[in-house]
Design a protein around this ligand. Structure first.
Ligand code: GDP
Length: 473
């Protein structure tokens, strides 16, 4: 993909949109961007003091005045002027801060549309910022992630990406790749003469260095995913163990349907809660026991799927159960089946068990897992449970302050492809294959890395060849 694939339908056409959330608020912002928006603004805006036109105003200046639809006043507003290219989109822009009611904001927006703007498409301001070279694709994506960040760590990672930390890292990778490739392409130009501009051993060393960097980025995704999506946590256990009740208690609100009938949590329910800056994404599974109804089977199938992807499995057992041995077997099997996941056994309904301590001891002995006693209904032991959950995933969730994180699947996949291409190049060199084939793999690796930031690559490669070697033809 190159940035030319992302061209606007009508580049530079004035666009308008409400930039603040829908609903009643003290203030709201309507922003316009594109060719001639300062003139459009002047058509509807009258300054309270003085007669200066916004089209003549300096960038980054605020102007108090009123918006008029003909002779009818629409609202009292502040107009903030941005001059190209010093705006978010790199185009002329005006932001009107108006009063926050939905009807008022609707009128202000309508006024812009009636005077030559069209309604912006979703993300169009950011898209223009990218197309006009203000930000790269990664930074554009980071803005989206930042807006949607649900935890402190997700927010921090988005900020880092917006600052361009990952872009810089990838930029460095690209430069190295472009250099290696330039040299090898040069050989192709001189293929008649059988020259080698760079020893194959040197090229191999460069590729290995690149592989190490790409692999480090790929590995960071494991952590980056946890930061942006949360720790995938599955609550497993027999029907009626109290899974839905626990889910509600952890979330602090009524989410799952709690019921006395076994097997009523038919599908899985997913909700997030944050403990000590860590986001847990909780899934309440339908009962894992065999069940008669079709719909239950579907629920069980999905639970198993969820469990296979879980970072943390919480197995909930009812201390009042008469089949404690069966539960112990179940826990052992489940733990063995998911060696990748962290595992915690929770003994529920502490409030109803007389011999809780002895029972818990039996479970610890039988399962060799950590067991924590709670009452999901009364809330006993919940704080301790949260602390335990936090401690279990602490290593998973440790933020490597120094390194950059890959948080998006798109970036991860592109990096995987780049790594494959590098591996191919590496093997081709080892087999003393033709230069064309090696050059092809390096070009693919470069394209994959370029895909991430949205760069156009070919022109750059050519420039590098000519700049560095002054072939000049
Ligand atoms: P699920 O099938 O595992 O989701 O179980 P539910 O959350 O629907 O709970 C089944 C029943 O156990 C409900 O009647 C709950 O009120 C009850 N229950 C859940 N936790 C506790 C608890 O800690 N103590 C007591 N006494 N009852 C509980």
């Amino acid at each position: 993909m190159s940035s030319s694939d992302l061209h606007l339908p009508v580049p530079g056409h004035p666009i308008a949109a409400i930039a603040t959330p829908v609903g009643v608020g003290a203030l709201a912002i309507v922003r316009i961007s594109g060719a001639g928006v300062l003139d459009i603004a002047d058509r509807v805006f009258r300054k309270a003091h003085g007669s200066e036109k916004l089209a003549e105003a300096a960038g980054y200046t605020a102007h108090f005045g009123r918006l008029y639809d003909g002779e009818e006043m629409v609202d009292e507003v502040i107009a903030l002027v941005f001059r190209a290219p010093r705006s978010f989109t790199a185009e002329e822009m005006v932001e009107f801060t108006c009063h926050g009611g939905p009807v008022v904001v609707g009128h202000v927006l309508r006024l812009m549309l009636d005077n030559g703007c069209r309604l912006a498409e979703p993300g169009e301001f950011t898209r223009r910022a990218f197309l006009n070279g203000r930000i790269d694709l990664l930074q554009a994506e980071a803005i989206g992630e930042m807006i949607h960040a649900r935890s402190e760590s997700a927010y921090r990672t988005a900020v880092s990406q917006m600052k361009g930390d990952l872009s810089k890292k990838l930029g460095g990778l690209r430069e190295q790749l472009i250099r290696s490739r330039a040299l090898i392409e040069l050989e192709l130009d001189f293929s008649e003469e059988d020259v080698e501009f760079q020893s194959r051993a040197e090229l191999t060393a460069q590729i290995e260095a690149l592989q190490r960097e790409v692999t480090a980025l790929i590995d960071s995704y494991q952590h980056g995913r946890l930061v942006s999506e949360g720790i995938s946590t599955v609550i497993a256990g027999r029907p009626n163990a109290g899974k839905s009740t626990l889910l509600n208690t952890l979330l602090g609100q009524e989410r799952a349907i709690v019921s006395h009938m076994p097997g009523t949590t038919r599908d899985y329910i997913e909700e997030c809660f944050i403990h000590d800056k860590t986001m847990f994404r909780l899934t309440d599974t339908a009962g894992l026991r065999e069940a008669g109804e079709e719909i239950e089977h579907e629920g069980i199938r999905r639970s198993r799927m969820k469990m296979a992807e879980a970072d943390l499995i919480l197995y909930l057992l009812d201390l009042g159960t008469e089949r404690l041995d069966d539960e112990i077997t179940e826990i052992r099997e489940l733990k063995a089946a998911h060696p990748e996941a962290k595992f915690l056994t929770i003994a529920n309904k502490l409030d109803r068990a007389d011999n809780a301590e002895a029972l818990i001891h039996a479970v610890v002995a039988g399962t060799a897992t950590e067991v924590i006693g709670i009452s999901a209904l009364k809330g006993d032991g919940i704080d301790a449970l949260k602390r335990h959950m936090g401690a279990l995933v602490k290593n998973l969730n440790k933020l490597h302050e120094a390194s950059v994180l890959v948080t998006s699947l798109r970036h991860y996949e592109a990096l995987r492809n780049a790594a494959d291409a590098l591996q191919n190049a590496f093997e081709l060199i080892a087999r003393e294959s033709e230069t064309e084939l090696i050059a092809f793999e390096l070009r693919s690796a470069l394209d994959y890395v370029g895909e991430i930031t949205g760069k156009v690559v070919n022109e750059e490669v050519l420039n590098t060849i000519f700049d560095r070697f002054c072939i000049g033809k």
